[in-house]
Design a protein around this ligand. Structure first.
Ligand code: HEM
Length: 534
């Protein structure tokens, strides 16, 4: 065999490789130059903001942000030092402005939705689960959906949910009594309360009684799994790359849980659509009214001015979002409120007295819609807890045009604005002793004492939380019924001997604010024999 063809083919291959190599080199050089120029441009445009010390001119603050107690203490330091805002960058890729003063936050949150975008860095991983839903879409598409969904959160609809909140809370309390009777001294709040919020959301969204507080529900387990996996994905930089993620163990688990959740929602929506069209054929006023009973019904029937409604896929996306956005956030808010009341027994007693006065003369513990506005002090405690332990720590936005802020500072179009709810709620320029639990701050006669955007647990402006009235109603029902039936005191994780120490917990900012090792409280039934009958 002659060596000549082999040598020739190697030479040819060498040439091909040389051409490919130089082509690839040119592409890499082009993109690197582009990235560095972009980096230089943003660095220049953001120089009007103070910049905390970075790791290097290229890596910036990469690796400095932590999802832990230390991360929150770091925000406290930034707020203390920079008062309103600072710039921050993660390698040459992401350029951020961190904002933590009401005067700086306000122009951004109040900007028209048409120029406001949700950035993919924070929200992108939710897309496979929630699709192009209200939480994630932008521009005209967002406006259309918000118009179609707003009726589902009207007072007249929320009223109907209050009975469901009572029922789910009763189940929670039955479980607590049982666990206490079996000898447990302390309970982990998040586990119990997350199941309770999922239980009530399933009732409100789909009229579905999952019994998930007492038995394992495949759907509920899948929702919890998806929430956990999203947090895990955020922390692993390689997992941000879709192609890689879907091949990992976690990616496969995510897909499996997604199958369960999407399958459930699809089935409910399709069955309900069929039921509605069947009922439309035999249309009477009665059937019309019966139909408008849960979230899926309402959004299936919702129509634009031009008579267009949402498709089945769009309804599914919104129902998934309702479950996602509603369960962890409300569970966090309820858990932290109970924790704060456990640590301040004089406020707990005062709230309990308020609820007992309200219940006087009634033969059963049932909070009605009309009662919600008659719990002023309890509501103040809830608001103060939402300030001190805001479930959502920050929201991020980008803008399609430059945004003017006080002090002649400009955020250039495309830069990520990280609005720190935690920082704003703990800014000493706005709140005296911001780390103290003081419900009096929310005395209705004192609202004029603080700037309009000092308290933003539900964000603000056009993209604020559509579910805030729903959440506040549920919070009041759960807190009121809990105080009627139980005395709360700080407890300890029996396995670790840590948890809710008198000195406080280590906070854990994930998708929502949680506590490392859980939030442990002692729950002591107040009138066991009377409550057995409920
Ligand atoms: C205490 C409980 C809650 C808190 C603290 C909370 C907080 C928030 C925040 C901060 C946002 C803005 C997110 C962003 O801009 O990226 C938001 C948006 C949203 N929330 Fe809530 N939320 C709560 C409960 C709920 C509930 C119960 C639902 C539904 C049942 C819900 C549904 C939504 C939706 C759909 C959006 C997106 C609105 C839009 O972009 O137009 N939330 N929430």
């Amino acid at each position: 065999m002659s060596l000549l063809p082999l040598v020739l083919s190697w030479t040819g291959l060498g040439q091909v490789l040389l051409v490919l190599g130089s082509g690839l080199g040119a592409v890499v050089a082009f993109w690197t130059t582009r990235l560095l120029l972009r980096h230089a441009w943003y660095t220049h445009r953001l120089s009007c903001f103070s910049k905390p010390r970075a790791n290097s001119w290229l890596l910036g603050h990469l690796g400095q942000m932590q999802s832990s107690e230390e991360g929150l203490l770091q925000v406290d330091d930034l707020v203390h030092k920079y008062k309103h805002s600072c710039s921050w960058f993660l390698g040459p890729f992401y350029h951020l402005v961190r904002l933590f003063h009401p005067d700086y936050v306000k122009p951004l949150l109040m900007a028209p939705a048409s120029i406001t975008m949700k950035d993919e860095l924070i929200y992108g991983h939710l897309r496979p689960w929630l699709g192009q839903s209200l939480l994630l879409c932008n521009g005209e598409e967002w406006s259309r959906r918000r118009r179609l969904l707003t009726p589902a959160f009207h007072f007249d609809i929320l009223k109907n949910y209050v009975a469901k909140f009572n029922t789910s809370t009763n189940t929670l309390h039955d479980k607590w009594r049982q666990v206490v009777a079996e000898g447990s001294t302390a309970l982990e709040m998040f586990d119990h309360i997350t199941l309770m919020t999922l239980d009530s959301l399933l009732k409100c969204a789909f009229s579905y009684d999952s019994d998930c507080q007492r038995s394992v529900s495949e759907y509920v387990s899948a929702v919890v799994e998806l929430s956990d996996l999203i947090i895990e994905r955020r922390h692993k930089i390689l997992h941000h790359w879709d192609w890689f993620y879907w091949r990992t163990e976690q990616g496969k688990r995510f897909r499996k849980a997604l199958g369960v959740v999407h399958g459930f929602t699809r089935e409910v929506v399709q069955k309900r659509r069929a039921l509605i069209s069947q009922q439309t054929k035999s249309d009477t006023n009665l059937t019309r009214q019966q139909r408008k009973k849960d979230f899926v019904d309402i959004i299936l029937l919702s129509k634009d001015a031009d008579g267009q409604g949402l498709t089945d896929e769009e309804v599914q996306a919104e129902a998934n979002t309702f479950m996602f956005a509603g369960h962890d956030t409300t569970a966090s808010a309820i858990s932290w409120t109970l924790y704060n009341l456990a640590r301040h027994d004089h406020y707990q007693d005062k709230c309990r007295q308020e609820v007992m006065d309200l219940m006087q003369g009634r033969d059963r513990h049932q909070i009605e819609w009309e009662d919600l506005s008659n719990l002023p002090f309890t509501t103040m405690c809830i608001r103060e807890s939402l300030r001190l332990h805001a479930p959502v720590q920050a929201v991020t936005r980008t803008y399609t045009r430059d945004m003017e802020l006080p002090g002649h500072r400009t955020v250039p179009a495309g830069a990520i604005c990280l609005v720190s709810i935690y920082g704003t709620h703990h800014n000493p320029a706005v709140w005296t002793d911001p780390h103290e639990f003081r419900p009096q701050r929310f005395d209705p006669t004192r609202t004029a004492d603080r700037p309009s955007h000092a308290f933003i647990p539900f964000s603000s402006g056009p993209r604020n939380c559509i579910g805030q009235k729903f959440a506040l109603a549920q919070l009041r029902v759960v807190v009121a019924l809990t105080l009627l039936r139980f005395r709360l005191t700080p407890g300890e994780n029996p396995d670790l001997g840590t948890g809710t120490r008198p000195g406080g917990v280590r906070r854990l900012p994930q998708l929502v604010l949680r506590a490392e090792g859980g939030l442990w409280l002692r729950v002591e039934p107040l009138n066991p024999e009377e409550l057995e009958d409920e």
